[in-house]
Each structure stands twice: as C-alpha cells, then as structure tokens.
Design a protein around this ligand. Structure first.
Ligand SMILES: NC(=O)c1ccc[n+]([C@@H]2O[C@H](COP(=O)([O-])OP(=O)(O)OC[C@H]3O[C@@H](n4cnc5c(N)ncnc54)[C@H](OP(=O)(O)O)[C@@H]3O)[C@@H](O)[C@H]2O)c1
Length: 309
C-alpha cells in the first residue's frame, strides 16, 4: 500500500453516490475505506469494482449496519477524511412504520460517526444531506437564506443530521454540508431508469402525483467533481453547498423526452402518494461555482446517448 495516499472513509460506499465516489477518489489516488451495511452489498460492490478493473488490494472495506444496537467505529489509523453518504434515502419509505429506522440511521448513525471523527481529529468531514430539508419554499432557486421546512420524514431526519454535524462543529469538527437535490447517471435506479424500463418492457408506468413536480437533475460526475473541490478545502469548512442541475424537468416532460428518444409512449397511471413530496428543487449553485465548479453533463445529452433496444 502506498503510504503517501490520503486515507478517506466513504460511508454508504455500496450506495449509488458512494460507489461512484469510491471509483472517483481511487482514480484520484486516495486510499479508500469503503463502508456498506452488509456482507452482501459489500460483495456486490467488490464485484463491480473488479469488473471495472479496480484493484481490491488498494481499497479497504468496513461492514456495519447502523441499525444494530451495539456498534463501534473502528480506530482506522491515519484517517484524514470522511465523506458520510450512508442513509436511508427513500422519500416514499419514510412512513411512520419506519420512523425508528430513519432516526437510527440518519440521525443516530451520523452522530456516532461524526463524534468519532471529532475524537480522531480528522482533517475534514463531508456530510451528504439533501435538498429535501427545504420542503416546498416559495422562492427559487434555493440558496443559503431559504428557510428549512422539511415536509417528510426523510427530510426531517436529514435536517436533524445537519444539526448534529453543526453542533459537533462547535466542538471543533471541520465539516462541510453538501446537499444533492436530484442525481442521475449510469447504473442508477431512479425516475429516469423507471420510465426507461417501463417503456422497454411496455408495462404501465405509475407516476405519483400529477407529474407536474419538477426536478433539477445533476449528473453523478458533476456531483463527484463538486465534492472533489470541497474535500480538504479550508475555505469550505463550516459551509453548506446546494447541488442541483441548472435546469428543471417535470416528470411529465421527462416521460416525453424519453418516449421521443425511443419512439414509444408508456401507458401512464397517475396515483396519489402516501408521503408529502416536493414540487420543485432548483438550487442556487453560485457559491459552488465560486470554487471553480462548472457542469460537464446535460440531461438532454444523457438521454440522447441512451442505448436503443
Ligand atoms: N441520489 C440522490 O439523488 C440524492 C439526493 C439527495 C441527497 N442524497 C444523499 O446522498 C447520500 C447518498 O445517497 P445515495 O443515492 O447514494 O443513496 P443509496 O443509493 O440509497 O445508498 C445508501 C447507502 O446507505 C447505506 N445504508 C443504508 N442503511 C444503512 C444502515 N442501516 N446501516 C449502514 N448503512 C446503511 C447503504 O448501505 P447498503 O447498500 O450496504 O445497505 C448505502 O450504501 C445520502 O445521504 C442521501 O441522503 C442523495
């Protein structure tokens, strides 16, 4: 192992954003510790990395389910950075039956990791929160002054996790809060892949709400680039960055764009949702751009390049 590499723990490395961060920061010469909640998800991550010719010798793995009552954070030697991605992330599964689980993973899990990070004296802790903490504000784009008024359990627990991080900041934790809004890219299961799969399989497509809700999607490569600009950057200590794409797309518009590409229209079933969902989520990214950030991908281009079947 190359001792000059900076050691970076990525929690939730088995998830969508985490797995891309593992590859991105491996490519950028970091020594990665990749966390996942189970042996099964870690072995799936290992398989994916091997298929893409990443050497498993250069990556360490940490398996821990944050819902277990007794768990401790190992004393990783010379750990410099943490990017905390692990969370229960589904807005729609954030129902009362899952109240304890969302609290345990998103709030208590964050507290344990961040507290340990402070005790270890790591250089920088990046916490991935979410645009869901804003709920449905009246003014867009969403910036640092927008009121934080979440409207669902996921959003509430992410806001609580932010407060945990900030409270530890008062005791000396060098931290930055990053809020992705809506992310897209390869290997993903989200609204874009759901529409695509339903068009391919000619099955009915269920849309929750009336389809007018808009999302400002940001490509996973742009998310990785943004986090790279922030990691270890002292200017970003104590700061918060909202990450959305530059344009909003309604769900109905997305269906139209993907249908046009494949020249096939799905049968749509509109259905009410059990949880409160956002109407819009466009972020003001000017603060991020002042760090030198620029977008490298567009959703139109991504859809255009999707392989036809
Ligand atoms: N993707 C987006 O559009 C988006 C938007 C806004 C904010 N975010 C935030 O970005 C972060 C990463 O999101 P993502 O899309 O990559 O999420 P994801 O694909 O759902 O991955 C979640 C990660 O959290 C881990 N996790 C879940 N339950 C756990 C538990 N009980 N104990 C330990 N780990 C657990 C999962 O581990 P296993 O897979 O091993 O179970 C997985 O690695 C999250 O904090 C999320 O709130 C994402």
């Amino acid at each position: 192992m190359n001792q000059t590499k900076k050691k970076l723990l990525i929690t939730g490395a088995t998830g969508y954003i985490g797995s891309w961060l593992v590859r991105f920061f491996s490519d950028n010469n970091y020594h990665i510790i990749a966390h996942g909640s189970s042996e099964q998800t870690i072995s799936q991550l290992k398989q994916k990395l091997q298929q893409q010719h990443y050497s498993l010798d250069a990556i360490d793995f940490w398996q821990q389910n944050f819902m277990e009552e007794w768990w401790t954070f190992p004393n990783f030697q010379e750990l410099e950075y943490i990017i905390h991605c692990a969370a229960l992330t589904s807005v729609r599964k954030g129902v009362y039956e899952n109240y304890n689980a969302y609290f345990d993973v998103n709030v208590e899990g964050t507290k344990r990791i961040a507290k340990k990070a402070l005790e270890l004296g790591i250089t920088h802790f990046i916490h991935l929160s979410s645009g869901q903490i804003y709920g449905n504000p009246e003014i867009f784009p969403i910036d640092d002054h927008t009121l934080k008024e979440p409207i669902n359990l996921y959003g509430f627990t992410k806001l609580m996790s932010e407060e945990v991080i900030k409270s530890l900041g008062t005791f000396g934790l060098n931290h930055t809060i990053i809020r992705p809004f809506s992310v897209y890219g390869k290997e993903q299961s989200n609204i874009i892949s759901i529409i695509l799969n339903k068009i391919k399989s000619e099955e009915p497509l269920t849309i929750f709400g009336d389809g007018t809700q808009k999302r400002a999607f940001m490509h996973i490569d742009d998310i990785c680039n943004a986090i790279h600009l922030v990691l270890g950057n002292e200017v970003c200590f104590g700061e918060e960055y909202n990450l959305s794409g530059p344009k909003e797309y309604s769900v109905n518009l997305l269906v139209k764009m993907i249908s046009k590409k494949f020249q096939k229209e799905p049968h749509i079933i509109y259905k009410g949702s059990r949880v409160n969902e956002l109407q819009r989520n466009l972020a003001d990214t000017s603060k991020l751009k002042r760090l030198g950030f620029h977008y490298t991908h567009s959703l139109e281009n991504f859809i255009d390049l999707l392989p036809t079947f």
